[in-house]
Design a protein around this ligand. Sequence first.
Ligand SMILES: [Zn+2]
Length: 467
Amino acid sequence: MFKRQTLIAWLTLVAISVMPFTALAQTQIKYHSNKYSVQDDIKLGRQAAQEAESQFPLLRDQEVQSYVENVGRRLVTSIPQEFQHPEFQYYFKVVNARDINAFALPGGPMYVNRGMIEAARTEGEMAGVMAHEISHVALRHGTAQASKGQKYSILGGIAGIAGTILGGPGVGQLAQAPFAVYLLKFSREYETEADILGAQIMARAGYDPRDLANMFQTIERQGGGGGGFLSDHPSASDRYARINQEAQYLRVNTSANRDSREFARVKERLRGYGTAPTMADIQRSGQRYPTGEQTGNYPDNAPAGRVSYPSGRYQSVSIFNGGVNVSVPSNWRQVSEGNSVWFVPEGAYGQYNGQAVYTHGVSFGVGQTNSRNLQSATQELINNFAQGNNNLRTSGGYQRSTLDGRTALWTTLTNVNEATGRPETIRLITTQLRNGSVFYMVAVAPQNERGFDTAFNQVLQSIRIND
Ligand SMILES: [Zn+2]
């Protein structure tokens, strides 16, 4: 009895002494545990950025571009010390799309839709969206979420980008999720953190953090939209309330006064371009855009060459938004490239001449074809592959086989790996999907290196197609 009363008295005392401080201070945000390195964030982001830029038309307007960059720069320099990563390379590009959205990739690349700038009523509202996205990057949310059990979610998220935007109409039923899938993947907790840190960054940069909250109302007034940015968890009204609550404890850095005339000028300029296409229009058109100079400047990072043997433990993975399930050795990583997904061991992939190259591993993809016949469809696919690989040759003919109970064709090809200069063997297996497109698996290893054969077979046997 005595003990319990003492405890209650003690608890009350603690509550009284702690309350005033916590209630009056801005919310402290901490990193989540993360199994990935900062370098992984950078690598993943670059890869996804390259994909994004080949899929989205960038607005080539120097004035608009440098204005958005300036706002972005101001926000980045206002990231609190503990969340600054000097290695990250933040940059900002305007996408000529109507949807009110923006997205940022691990390590810093950010894409702001023209529709978002047009919808914002003030520079602060625009900066709010950008500050929120910058916060996801600074807090390393992408890889932190991937570290939590679902090993493949970040890579899956990027594959989502690759699979949906890149897929274009050819991927058909297998990949219908909107592009926003990448941002929608963040949990409620992460969204709230990005709102709070975003509000803190805004105040430090001289913006009223309430403008971030106001942007939710602006988006809703314009018919919802928002896509990835205005995720439905937490709800817009919860986010509005939470940001305004945080804003009470933030002092806006008034020394950094904003000039609203510049924002008005940029909006005026955008009006001159007429109506932008929607993301859906862009996806439907399936057009590919030349990638920006940003990606071309990256130093080559050829495959390291030291490749570990496939683990005997397998991990089940769902790809193409659940259209295909497959088991892969647990030490292989998922990497997206174009409209295909690769599973590769460490050291077996890299960049060469601005192109992704792979020395060992498997890749899956779906290609659209005009042929109804599997053999001519496969030939079409090989011709496609040959366009990017001058040394690719078929060796032997087609062999009939089965893949998940369907009729399939086996073809063996030889190639000389661009990055290593070594001859390699490529095994290709194809089957037709119900909608007529061709699903394929490619297995690559250096010639005469048989250590991967068992793994390749296991992967092949595990494929389940749900079309
Ligand atoms: Zn978010």
